[in-house]
Write a protein that binds this ligand. Structure first.
Ligand SMILES: Cc1cc2nc3c(=O)[nH]c(=O)nc-3n(C[C@H](O)[C@H](O)[C@H](O)COP(=O)(O)OP(=O)(O)OC[C@H]3O[C@@H](n4cnc5c(N)ncnc54)[C@H](O)[C@@H]3O)c2cc1C
Length: 372
């Protein structure tokens, strides 16, 4: 491991840490990323890749604006990755079909429809029959649905790979299999991170904590309270008889297209500590959940399954910004929306480091809200 100090040391090489590293390297800074895993991005690798700010929105709020802003950065972000790597990430703006299995779910979708129609967001309300016209093979029992053209998706496993390649091209140094054990501070500044394997300290002018579900203990090494809890999500990959044209979703259960008739079926939401194993109960609930609205999957082939740990916070919002020490920034707690929020998070953290403040207020997400 090189011992020369970086301008910025990013702890955690998932989508959040790597996007920030890329932004800063492109601004001319010397950036290093340490990641405990050989294959970085524990939650990132597990994700479905939905860029879906609208699906559940019934009350327009700051988080909705933030999410829409980040979704709209994606085309430019992916162009940038392509210009650095020559690889185009599979990205689709064909919308999301939300379906209701009964009248109660339809009432929930109607609330989404009414709230967003008032804001003049384009949505289509569909009867059960219209839903089945959109996609044959869906259950005849469906009460109806809402089509959301503004909710997009991409191949997040491919994105994770291409992003790392782009960051390396931009000059970011990755230290993989290197775990940060703690941060060391003196007076007003963090001076170094203690790392294992090989044991040493890495110094830098700025530090970014982007260690996903594992961020809490690292903050604790400086006496800071950061209550991040891992929320396990399991995922099943299937191969169907046809390509799925868009995301289909009923509550927690969804199908997200992948190339070559593959699709991802998700998910679960479980607080099981740091256990990221797939369980029989998880697989059962996902398959039962998606087959209720998509019975055509009964002949789909099982390919593989996995689980990831979403970094959750008590209010389910991310933790963004400077944290007590003037050169320490938190970028974590993205819970269910880290893929969606990565381009905007990277822009704001880079703004803080390069210009002293982000281009919009991020007060609701400040680390100090969990201080006591
Ligand atoms: C099943 C599932 C489906 C999802 N679907 C979507 C979706 O459709 N859309 C969406 O927007 N979001 C989705 N998410 C959420 C999204 O995946 C996460 O919010 C996002 O990946 C978080 O990224 P991260 O970089 O913060 O964390 P991670 O990807 O977990 O990366 C954190 C990294 O920090 C490293 N690390 C930890 N401790 C240390 C240490 N001490 N030293 C060095 N490195 C360390 C870890 O090895 C890890 O690589 C989903 C998540 C799951 C689990």
């Amino acid at each position: 491991m090189g011992s020369s100090a970086s301008d910025v040391l990013v702890i955690g090489g998932g989508i959040i840490g790597t996007s920030i590293a890329l932004r800063l390297a492109r601004a001319g800074l010397r950036v290093s990323v340490v990641d405990a895993d050989a294959d970085a991005g524990q939650a990132t690798r597990a994700s479905a890749g939905m860029l879906a700010p609208q699906g559940e929105m019934v009350q327009p709020d700051d988080f909705f604006e933030l999410s829409r802003f980040s979704r709209d950065l994606y085309p430019g972000f992916l162009d940038e990755l392509e210009s650095l790597t020559g690889e185009r990430v599979d990205y689709h703006r064909d919308g999301t079909l939300l379906v209701a299995l009964d009248e109660t779910q339809m009432e929930e979708l109607d609330q989404v429809y009414r709230a967003q129609s008032q804001l003049k967001l384009p949505l289509e309300r569909l009867s059960g029959q219209e839903v089945r016209h959109r996609l044959s093979g869906l259950s005849p029992e469906l009460a109806g649905g809402v089509f959301v053209p503004g909710d997009h998706w991409l191949d997040s496993q491919q994105l994770a790979r291409v992003l790392v390649k782009a960051a390396e091209k931009a000059g970011v140094t990755f230290h993989r299999g290197v775990s940060a054990a703690g941060l060391n501070a003196r007076t007003s500044r963090v001076e170094s991170a203690s790392v294992t394997a090989p044991a040493s300290t890495l110094s830098a002018r700025h530090f970014v904590l982007a260690a996903g579900s594992w961020s809490g203990p690292l903050a604790q090494s400086l006496g800071l309270r950061l209550p991040i809890q891992p929320c396990r999500g399991q995922m099943v990959e299937l191969e169907a008889a046809m390509d799925l044209p868009f995301v289909v979703r009923a509550g927690m259960h969804y199908l997200v297209p992948r190339p070559n008739r593959r699709l991802l079926a998700g998910t679960t939401s479980e607080y099981a500590g740091f256990d990221s194993r797939v369980t029989a109960g998880g697989l059962h609930s996902i398959l039962q959940g998606v087959m209720r609205f998509a019975p055509f999957l009964k002949d789909a082939h099982f390919r593989t399954a996995w689980a990831g740990l979403r970094p959750d916070t008590p209010d389910h919002y991310p933790v963004l910004g400077p944290a007590v020490w003037e050169n320490l920034f938190f970028a974590t707690g993205h819970f269910r929306n880290g893929i969606l929020l990565a381009p905007a998070t990277a822009q704001w953290v880079a703004d803080w480091i390069l210009r002293g403040q982000p281009s919009r207020s991020l007060d609701s997400y400040r680390p100090s809200r969990f201080a006591s």
